[in-house]
Design a protein around this ligand. Structure first.
Ligand code: ZN
Length: 420
């Protein structure tokens, strides 16, 4: 398809660079929830939304919106977007690229009649970098806000409630940010892949099949601290050797499956050079495309680690510290994004099926899945690098992404017309 003479990939990338200026630090990019730089990024984004012909507002949780009506005012909206907040020392594209691509597509479709309203959102908090709780902006929009969060504090001791007031928001009105299912046709988010699979396959774009829900555990291997010289091997209950074996088992089982598992932290007691470790504490992060695969994998891991601990005279105790449901993308929105890719991505040989992949990372879409059906478009990024200033995307991939997202919106329109 021929790209229209409107907001180009070059301009989208220029806007990404412009948003980099709204940072807590002059030397690196850091933009967290309810800060002056959050407000500044919202204002810049609002300006581009208006240029695209959208009516704009900031909701009761600091999310920046733009909307154009459908054939009649007040019709349900197809929501496009991503997030505007970042991790500390971030790259320029995680989140922002999806918001700016959505605005560009809204501008391209400005004169095209759609059977729904079109909205673009820049979510205010996906990363959770300030209050240690991810997806605050999109959970407010999904109506899943938890009153317990008001007491969360940032590293300066400021509570979430105080930060709301400081930003000019009213904590008592946060429920007004919640969207109702009848207001939305669906949610489609473009995002950099944050992994190396599209690059390895030499493809610009892919569609997402599901977003992984992680389970996290705290594992403790209990042994016996004894003298490192005086205790013969047959008398040892070395917690660290048991934990090391457990880590190898975790990797072996995950590698042979479709799950991905990481032990990111280990602590040993008493931690002295001449004492046999009496206790080892380790973290486990476990993800898969479906909850069933992930839960079955955890059962196997727990059984094997328990057995290896028993064989060494050790004891295993486990505690679950986090659980999120996997969020499957709706088949019809996967298809719509796939139709967009097939029409726009010349990196595929003629007739080749678009590549579907599950997202190992979390996204706003998984929160929004509580209120409407979701779809996602992944854009290739350099070497899979993300959450790092080395994040990079190619202009050709963004250009193909814009064409694909525009085509996907038209496909959603076709399906909605067909249904009515
Ligand atoms: Zn992101």
């Amino acid at each position: 398809m021929t790209p229209l003479a409107t907001t180009s990939a070059t301009e989208v990338l220029r806007r990404c660079a412009e948003l980099d200026r709204h940072s807590a630090s002059p030397t690196h990019l850091e933009r967290t929830y309810l800060t002056p730089e959050h407000a500044a990024a919202n204002r810049a984004t609002e300006g581009w939304m208006r240029q695209a012909g959208l009516r704009t507002w900031v909701d009761a949780a600091g999310n920046q919106y733009g909307r154009r009506e459908g054939p009649e005012p007040g019709m349900p909206a197809l929501l496009l977007g991503s997030h505007l907040d970042t991790v500390p020392d971030a790259g320029s594209y995680d989140g922002m690229l999806g918001v700016l691509m959505a605005i560009a597509v809204a501008e391209r479709l400005r004169a095209t009649e759609l059977p729904f309203a079109l909205e673009v959102v820049g979510f205010s908090d996906e990363e959770g970098a300030r209050f240690g709780k991810a997806l605050l902006g999109s959970q407010a929009a999904a109506g899943t806000w938890d009153q317990a969060w008001w007491h969360l504090r940032d590293r300066d001791g400021v509570t979430l409630r105080e930060a709301f007031v400081g930003f000019g928001l009213d904590p008592l009105r946060v429920h007004e940010a919640a969207r109702r299912p009848g207001e939305l046709v669906g949610y489609v988010e473009a995002h950099i892949e944050q992994g190396p699979l599209l690059e390895a396959a030499d493809r610009s774009l892919g569609y997402v099949t599901a977003i992984a829900g992680a389970r996290r555990f705290h594992l403790t291997v209990h042994g016996e601290a004894r003298h490192a010289g005086g205790t013969p091997y047959e008398r040892r209950k070395d917690a660290l050797v048991g934990a090391s074996e457990a880590i190898v088992v975790i990797e072996r089982l995950a590698r042979a499956s479709t799950c991905i598992a990481t032990v990111g932290r280990i602590e040993v007691q008493p931690g002295a050079v001449n004492v046999i470790p009496g206790r080892a504490d380790l973290s486990l992060d476990l993800r898969a495309a479906t909850d069933a695969e992930r839960d079955a994998m955890w059962q196997r891991m727990e059984a094997e680690i328990t057995a290896l601990c028993e064989a060494r005279g050790l004891r295993l105790s486990t505690e679950e510290t986090h659980r999120a449901f996997a969020a499957p993308c709706a088949p019809w929105l996967q298809d719509a994004v796939g139709v967009g890719i097939a029409a726009a991505d010349a990196s595929y040989p003629a007739g080749a099926a678009p590549m579907g992949l599950w997202s190992r990372a979390g996204h706003d879409a998984m929160a929004i899945a509580a209120v409407t059906e979701i779809g996602m478009l992944f854009v290739r990024c350099f070497d899979g690098i993300s959450h790092h200033p080395g994040e990079d995307v190619r202009e050709i991939d963004v250009a193909r992404g814009l064409d694909a997202l525009e085509r996907a919106v038209l496909e959603v329109a076709r399906v909605v017309r067909e249904r009515s």
